[in-house]
Design a protein around this ligand. Structure first.
Ligand code: URA
Length: 274
């Protein structure tokens, strides 16, 4: 095979979403005996099911059960609604989220990524979901897109260390950095809505289509939504909210940084006017 530079291959696997070890040992599929790659024969009729189950050959690859990609088998939206509604402080909400049965997504994550930044800040930034760096560190936006976000905020005279509070719609890392599916977003929505309510920002900046669509309850795409002021209604509490491009998207489409900068300045002006 050409192009077998290990670093390139590793980067390609990560980009394809193959970023998790699913077995304790490496298996060289090129040298594995051909018989182990054959489809497993249907078990013969038997009183004893175990007798008919094909056993792995010693030395052959271990069979690994396929894992559902992002199934949600957790407590669901109704339980999320009631857990979120019962919280009266951000600490309560963080504890409730950590105790919540978020299904396979939560079980596959290292951390429940709750928030970072300054509680009580006038600006709350809401992203999509943690990536690998955020999952490892337990904080939102600490990877490459977080660094871009921090630079942009700093250029506008803001920062999470003083006047910005940051969270995500989904607090658990989707496997393989996929876009969280709708069932997961629906389950997590009561928590992020309550999170905003309790954080009481004056302005919410929704980064990316997942965040904007979930919080605004719309199917419109981010290209149409960005830069247009909306209002979130959280149990009667009205909060100005602006959809904007996600920094991860800006890293791939740097020519859009000008529009993102314009949106950030609009946020700054709005904050000064309130
Ligand atoms: N992207 C997000 O939407 N949130 C994070 O925390 C990191 C990357």
């Amino acid at each position: 095979m050409e192009h077998t530079d290990p670093a390139t291959l590793l980067a390609w696997h990560i980009a394809m979403g193959a970023d998790e070890a699913i077995a304790g040992e490496c298996v060289d599929r090129f040298t594995a005996p051909a018989t182990t790659l054959q489809p497993i024969a249907a078990p013969a009729q038997s009183q004893n099911a175990h007798a008919a189950t094909p056993q792995p050959k010693p030395g052959g690859p271990r069979r690994v059960e396929a894992k559902p990609v992002q199934a949600i088998s957790g407590a669901g939206q109704a339980a999320a609604e009631s857990a979120a509604a019962s919280c009266n402080t951000l600490d309560d909400l963080e504890a409730a989220l950590k105790a919540f049965d978020g299904g396979l997504l939560k079980r596959s994550a290292k951390n429940t990524v709750f928030a970072d930044g300054t509680r009580g800040a006038a600006l709350m930034v809401v992203g999509e979901a943690p990536g690998a760096d955020e999952d490892r560190m337990g904080k939102p936006f600490v990877g490459a897109s977080g660094q871009l976000l921090d630079h942009m905020l700093a250029a506008a005279g803001m920062g999470r260390d003083k006047d910005v509070y940051i969270s995500n719609v989904v607090p658990w890392r989707p496997l393989g950095n996929r876009t969280p599916d709708q069932a997961v977003i629906t389950m997590c929505l009561p928590f992020i809505r309550r999170h905003i309510e309790l954080a009481e920002p004056k302005v919410v900046l929704m980064l990316g289509g997942v965040s904007a669509k979930a919080l605004l309850g719309t199917e419109d795409g981010i290209t149409r939504l960005r830069g247009r002021w909306k209002e979130l209604d959280l149990n009667g509490q009205k909060i100005a909210a602006l959809p904007a491009y996600h920094p991860a998207y800006l890293l791939r489409q740097p020519h859009l940084k000008g529009l993102a900068w314009r949106d950030l300045l609009a946020v700054k002006r709005k904050l000064q006017s309130l």
